[in-house]
Design a protein around this ligand. Sequence first.
Ligand SMILES: NC(=O)c1ccc[n+]([C@@H]2O[C@H](COP(=O)([O-])OP(=O)(O)OC[C@H]3O[C@@H](n4cnc5c(N)ncnc54)[C@H](OP(=O)(O)O)[C@@H]3O)[C@@H](O)[C@H]2O)c1
Length: 304
Amino acid sequence: MGVCTFIVVAAVVFIVLYIITLLLVDCDLGLAFATKVGKKIDTLNGKVVWITGASSGIGEHIALALARGGAKLILSARRLNELQRVKESCLATGKNLTDEDILVLQMDVTAVDKLEFHFQKVIEHFGKLDILVNNAGRSQRANWEEIELDVDRQMFDLNVFAVVALSRIAVRYFQKKKEGHIVVTSSLAGVKAVPFSGSYTGAKYAIHGYFDALRTEKMASNITVTLLCPGPVFSNFLAESFTEKTGEKFGKSVEATDRRMTGERCGYLCAVAIANKLGEAWMALSPIIPFYYISVYYPNIRYL
Ligand SMILES: NC(=O)c1ccc[n+]([C@@H]2O[C@H](COP(=O)([O-])OP(=O)(O)OC[C@H]3O[C@@H](n4cnc5c(N)ncnc54)[C@H](OP(=O)(O)O)[C@@H]3O)[C@@H](O)[C@H]2O)c1
């Protein structure tokens, strides 16, 4: 076999193996690698982690995965009874956690003038914050051309400006502390647009812009940024989704037969991404991940 033939055969074998691997995993290759040989979630034992949107869905499952690793938690959202329920579950499954180690902090993240007050409550209780997980958010089901501008505004208030406002407070604190970790639950919709979610997709793209900019500014510091990008996951999101009309919720439930990742698996993968300080982490049932690789590396294919 000539050298050229050998190179071509080797390249074809590599590409085939690469595609097969992508079809087998439910996350990007960096995250898949981290689940096998990366840092374990319990390296976060004793770390103080604040999770917004912790009363259900992905936030709840991130909280449970981190509690199993021994992290101390601040659980935030608006529904106090649901936060208490999540706290009880975290205490039941958590590693050596006591009542004091989990603070329920009820808040509406869009009330941005109160965020500094809430931040001080966290510091008063734990004496420090190590990781902020901005997870609170709502999705959307709407026709692009019908969306009222107030829906776009409310979407950005919740999914972008509240996240940026709370993260700015945290980053100023992390600068003084000389280390810290900002995590945001984005979405695969923030990597490649999805239909019938115009304002949502716009908001998640904005998150990547804001936080990639933060990452480049803080490159030489000990401040880390992680963008979590789940694909479809079982949660309460569909009932709460924005529509085209101001004040309206989509109000439907996710079907048990839908092809979606479980909240448990998503929470685990998010926790691994956090423990390993990954810059960006994708997670979705096969075969979604290979399509995202193609759309990122060959950007014009996605517009065909
Ligand atoms: N499920 C998916 O398929 C999927 C895929 C990709 C990304 N995501 C992202 O994952 C994140 C969590 O969504 P989810 O799917 O887990 O939906 P979910 O079950 O509806 O959870 C949303 C969370 O956000 C909280 N929240 C909403 N508005 C809030 C506000 N104004 N202030 C404070 N907390 C607020 C909710 O708590 P309260 O109602 O108690 O306030 C709840 O805890 C979102 O950022 C979403 O964009 C979801």
